[in-house]
Design a binder for this molecule. Sequence first.
Ligand code: MRU
Ligand code: ZN
Length: 204
Amino acid sequence: MTQQLQLAELVAACRWLGAKGWAPATGGNMSLRQDSEWCWLSESGKDKGSLTESDFLQVNIGDNTAPSGRTPSAETGLHTLIYRLFPEAQAVLHVHTVNATVLSRLVKGNRLTLQGYEMQKSLRGQSSHLDALQLPVFDNNQDISALAQRINSETSKDDLQWGFLLRGHGLTCWGRSVQEARRHLEGLEFLFECEILRRRLEVL
Ligand SMILES: CSC[C@@H](O)[C@@H](O)C(=O)COP(=O)(O)O
Ligand SMILES: [Zn+2]
């Protein structure tokens, strides 16, 4: 698929997730890999549900610089970390959903465990509801380069295979294509909602 078509797919994904209310106000950021050195990041401070292709800025994966002089996402460093760790990563979606925000605050420790859900199979490599799926949860931090360093040093690549939660902040997930990133986002979001409901009913 050409880069132009991939960018069009990403713009469509942004509209889709925006319409679902998963990027309220100016929350969320999205990106697409161009090649081993460069990616396209959403511009900082925009409504991510109404982005167009010209709202994506070229960013260097190695040093986070943007030749355009415009300001890419404040969370650029988390996207480029994923592109550096996973050469196969093609797209990254970061959202501020209510479910991701709330559930990440309910998790004690640094792992969310999900088990017993058929929808676990929406995630790459998952084939049974019986497996205990683990998603890393990191404390939120306004210092994104410190946060990226922490994620990199404290987590194995395996743990980051779909993405991670930032406590009280949101979900960052990725895929080997825009479509796969979108499927991971939709699957995880469904699982988060189920898990919140299950926990809520359990305490009633
Ligand atoms: C309400 S926006 C919060 C931001 O600090 C951040 O978390 C976010 O997701 C959007 O930042 P952006 O710089 O627009 O990509
Ligand atoms: Zn954010």
